[in-house]
Design a protein around this ligand. Structure first.
Ligand code: NAP
Length: 304
């Protein structure tokens, strides 16, 4: 922790911008960085009863497996999400009907300006759909160093997502265990998503847009197959379906490409620059605006 403070003081003294890896979030650099890049590699996981405390540099998936090993449940649907634990609160990571905030208790972070350690509870983080205060009012203000969760000590499978339910049913007779669910999630993700270890990507690049019930009824008159689900603000629509429907899978700017495997993911197929990725994202947003009249919001944090 002292090293982080020293690095921050150094950056302040030399007026260098600071980019945080591992304690930040999916970050897309719009250009080359003339500044200090911090990779938070603090390690440590502690369990006490249903409580789990994990330091920011721990690999998220390895932590999920450690929790399952302790017979602590709830995170199995979040298996194999790439990145470190410190990044998880930034966009309130979510998959297959579970979001981090369901289990989140608090976090500790270093204030980049005062260098003091601050603790924030769940309410202070203002979690939303792939969103939190760290992408808004507190963007680039804190470096998360540890998070605390309260997990379940009895397992109840959450199979509300059709793909996951089908995958579990195809592989398990009878009631699935938490490990069965975790393994099914891993298989699905490996099958459907480009592996960031093999081909650079920042996960889903766009959030699913949410519209009112009335707006949704208008849209399905024209696109009866448009997938949609009830959401807290009305109806959530499938951004991937829209991008696919517009024939944008595989379209490219330089080496930045809309993944042919998953329409929500933009991949770097070689030497894409940040500006290529952002230009491609802009084209996708414009096409969806022209085609469906909807604004797609970018999910990763853009550093410019
Ligand atoms: P999927 O299961 O094929 O579903 C496609 C979309 O439909 C998803 O975006 C999902 O919304 C929504 N959906 C499906 N079933 C739903 C239900 N029962 N209730 C509400 N919404 C439903 O999705 P996928 O692309 O293979 O991804 C699986 C999960 O992993 C999704 O939750 C996705 O968000 C998550 N994921 C996240 C990232 C990331 O970088 N943030 C990357 C890949 C996958 P939601 O997206 O709101 O869940």
């Amino acid at each position: 922790m002292e090293e982080i403070r020293e690095a921050l003081s150094f950056a302040r003294e030399h007026q260098l911008p600071v980019i945080v890896l591992g304690g930040g979030s999916n970050t897309v650099l719009s250009n080359d960085v003339d500044g200090l890049v911090l990779a938070v590699d603090l390690e440590g996981i502690n369990f006490a009863g249903r409580e789990a405390e994990v330091t920011a540099g721990e690999n998220w998936h390895a932590f999920v497996l450690r929790a399952l090993d302790q017979n602590l449940f709830g995170l199995e649907n979040l298996s194999l999400i790439p990145g470190n634990a410190g990044a998880a609160p930034i966009q309130n990571i979510g998959a297959y009907g579970v979001e981090l905030d369901r289990y989140f208790v608090s976090l500790d972070a270093i204030d980049r300006q005062t260098l003091e350690l601050v603790t924030m509870d769940r309410a202070a983080c203002r979690f939303g759909y792939r969103d939190s205060v760290f992408k808004r009012e507190l963007k680039n203000r804190l470096i998360i160093v540890r998070i605390r969760l309260l997990l379940e000590d009895t397992f109840k499978a959450n199979l509300t997502y059709e793909d996951l339910r089908a995958e579990v049913e195809a592989s398990v007779d009878g009631a699935p265990s938490a490990i069965d669910v975790s393994e099914a999630v891993c298989r699905l993700r490996r099958r459907k998503l480009p592996d960031p270890g093999q081909i650079g990507n920042a996960g889903s690049f766009f959030k699913n847009p949410e519209v009112s019930e009335a707006h949704y009824r208008d849209l399905i008159k024209q696109w009866p197959d448009l997938p949609a689900w009830p959401s807290s603000d009305g109806v959530k629509l499938s951004a991937a379906w829209m991008i696919d429907h517009l024939g944008l899978k595989g379209s490219a700017v330089g080496d930045a490409e809309v993944s042919t495997r998953h329409a929500l993911v933009l991949v770097n197929s070689g030497n894409a620059r940040g500006s290529d990725v952002l230009e491609l994202a802009d084209r996708v947003q414009k096409a969806v605006k022209d085609g469906f009249g909807l604004e797609l919001e970018i999910e990763p944090v853009i550093y410019d």
